[in-house]
Design a protein around this ligand. Structure first.
Ligand SMILES: *Cc1c(COP(=O)(O)O)cnc(C)c1O
Length: 378
């Protein structure tokens, strides 16, 4: 029996602990210290984002977005059902009604063609989620948004270092939320970031992130005392978190190269399964791949259950993903009853395979052989 292959193993460059020690020795470990500034300028100067703010999580970045939009009770927000709860929670916390759209047949991203019919006079925003780091159809989404005066907020939790028509994901909506949770490509344990792409939100984003105060402007010396001017909370992470994150970002190119290599090996090995009707990730011509996750779409729920069990028996941990939010315990009663067949299909049929930096070629070969052998007989 071989040792087990976990589903995920958090990446560690070795410099994380060195930078954390540096942050501690600097004598300032609260928010917006040296490492936070380094991370901010990396995204703004190297990657071309207009303005970014580190947050304690992607969940918090989404909550900031809902506050910035002044979402009011009764407002409606469109988003895919096949997503993580935080995408919805952020707006439900402000009293919004979430209206769920279906995924596309090609991949789990939101079906842009379905949006127009879901817009009402109360609709305020569309929240596309770039599932697996593969871009949503952003031009089609923006057309609907512009026609009805809606804001586009990207849930870019999976989407670091990936593009839509050559533009970085997370730079396309008015606001975007990234995650550095340990299951993502670039990590800090827990952590996230708000990208402020529409400059009109910039000043207020800083205020909301600092408990509704003007403390950020005060620290820059722009005002001589700071006070409470707006709603807000404590959304900024300790500089210890930013120090960890900085060590990861220094290795961004290497991490991404390795993840894409693993992804590509899976894709090539499993391409023959397409003939059997097993689904693989589909990248539209406008999208790039950031190797965030690799999945298969089984032909039935029993098939997926059998595949996961078969792999587990060989010490390989494969997992399914989201349960559709329109059928969740918390929100099902508030859903309008529309069937969302693709979201339900991905919830029942999609399985994710191990994909992490340290996955060796030998272990990946073991996974590939196990899956192919399963499909010889199933
Ligand atoms: C991981 C994830 C989040 C939440 O990220 P946190 O940083 O854990 O708050 C939100 N949306 C999606 C699509 C995610 O995958």
């Amino acid at each position: 029996m071989y040792p087990a292959i976990p589903f995920n193993k958090p990446y560690f460059s070795g410099n994380e602990t060195r930078y954390i020690e540096q942050a501690v020795r600097s004598g300032k470990i609260s928010g917006d210290g040296l490492f936070t500034q380094r991370v901010h300028s990396f995204f703004e100067q190297e990657l071309g984002f207009q303005k970014v703010l580190l947050t304690t999580s992607c969940t918090d970045a989404l909550e900031m977005a809902a506050l910035l939009l002044d979402i009011q009770p009764g407002d409606e927000v469109l988003m895919p059902s096949f997503t993580f709860v935080s995408t919805a929670n952020a707006f439900v916390l402000r009293g919004a009604k979430v209206v769920f759209a279906d995924s596309t047949a090609l991949n789990p991203n939101i079906d842009a063609a379905a949006l127009e019919s879901l817009v009402t006079p109360r609709t305020r925003a569309i929240v596309p989620v770039h599932y697996a780091g593969i871009a949503c159809d952003m031009d089609a989404i923006q057309v609907v948004a512009d026609r009805h005066g809606l804001m586009v907020i990207e849930d870019a939790a999976h989407a670091i270092d990936s593009c839509y028509r050559g533009r970085p994901l997370g730079s396309l909506g008015a606001l975007a939320a990234f995650s550095f949770h340990e299951t993502k490509n670039i990590i800090s344990g827990e952590g996230g970031m708000l990208a402020v792409n529409n400059p009109r939100f910039g000043p207020r984003a800083e205020i909301i992130r600092e408990k509704g105060t003007t403390r950020s402007a005060f620290y820059r010396g722009e005002i001589d005392k700071y006070g409470w001017v707006d709603l807000g909370s404590s959304f900024l992470p300790s500089d210890i978190i930013a120090a960890y994150l900085w060590a990861q970002l220094e290795n961004l190119a290497d991490i991404q190269r390795q993840r894409r290599t693993i992804w590509q090996r899976y894709y090539v090995a499993f391409a023959p399964l397409l003939r059997q009707g097993v689904g693989l990730p589909v990248l539209p011509d406008y999208a790039t791949n950031n190797g965030h996750l690799f999945y298969l779409v089984c032909r039935s729920l029993p098939e997926r259950t059998a595949l996961i069990a078969c792999l587990k028996q060989q010490g390989i941990w494969a997992v399914f993903h989201y349960l559709p939010l329109h059928k969740s315990t918390y929100y099902a009663a508030q859903h309008d009853g529309r069937a969302l067949p693709w979201a339900e299909l991905y919830a029942d049929h999609l399985v994710r395979l191990p994909l992490f930096y340290e996955l060796t070629e030998a272990d990946q070969h073991r996974i590939i052989e196990a899956v192919l052998k399963f499909y010889q007989t199933y």
